[in-house]
Design a protein around this ligand. Structure first.
Ligand code: PNS
Length: 168
């Protein structure tokens, strides 16, 4: 089980999902809505963006966490482990209490995978902020995510450097 908000999915997420797909027979990417977080994309939109990013990974499917606890969803789909990517110590500090709580609640273990270092600075929140302010995030998210992101933050018709595209 690879859970997260994925608002939107980044190349850093996809790197970890691909690594998980190489380790486990089956991977469920679990998109969780978080009412406490203001999201840019709806949960169904996030699911669609991930599904579009996964061609070529036959053992990966995308699902929505149906409310409630992640560990209940793990039990429901008989997941043997939660998989989380780590970019560094800050991620570890954020993830460790959740991993311990999930194990406390249900016994499910969390497997931490070091992410690819070239995506160390990539997070959904930074991607959204940089894109909204006209910065270039190409290469950090898949092309179809980039197009939807620019449209959502009101940068339709611009190239990545903020200049008008050929169509104006
Ligand atoms: O990408 P995020 O926002 O860091 O992912 C956090 C997520 C979705 C994995 C976490 O909030 C979660 O597991 N939510 C489901 C509800 C739950 O089980 N909360 C208790 C976690 S110990």
């Amino acid at each position: 089980m690879c859970p997260g908000s994925f608002d939107p999915v980044t190349n850093g997420h996809l790197d970890v999902i691909e690594r998980a797909a190489g380790l486990f027979d089956e991977v469920v990417v679990a998109v969780a809505g978080n009412p406490a977080k203001k999201s840019l994309f709806t949960v169904p939109e996030r699911v669609g963006l991930i599904e579009q990013s996964l061609s070529g990974l036959p053992n990966v499917r995308v699902a929505t966490v149906p409310g409630g606890l992640l560990v209940d969803f793990c039990r429901q789909v008989e997941a043997v482990a939660v998989v989380k990517g780590l970019r560094g110590g800050t991620d570890f500090a954020y993830e460790l209490p959740m991993a311990l709580m999930n194990r406390h609640l249900s016994g499910v273990e969390t497997v931490f995978l070091p992410g690819e270092p070239r995506f160390e600075h990539v997070s959904s929140s930074l991607i959204k902020e940089v894109a909204a302010h006209g910065g270039d995030v190409s290469g950090l998210v898949p092309e179809h995510v980039l197009a939807r992101l620019l449209a959502r933050v009101g940068r339709v018709g611009q190239t990545e450097n903020g200049q008008p595209d050929a169509a104006g």
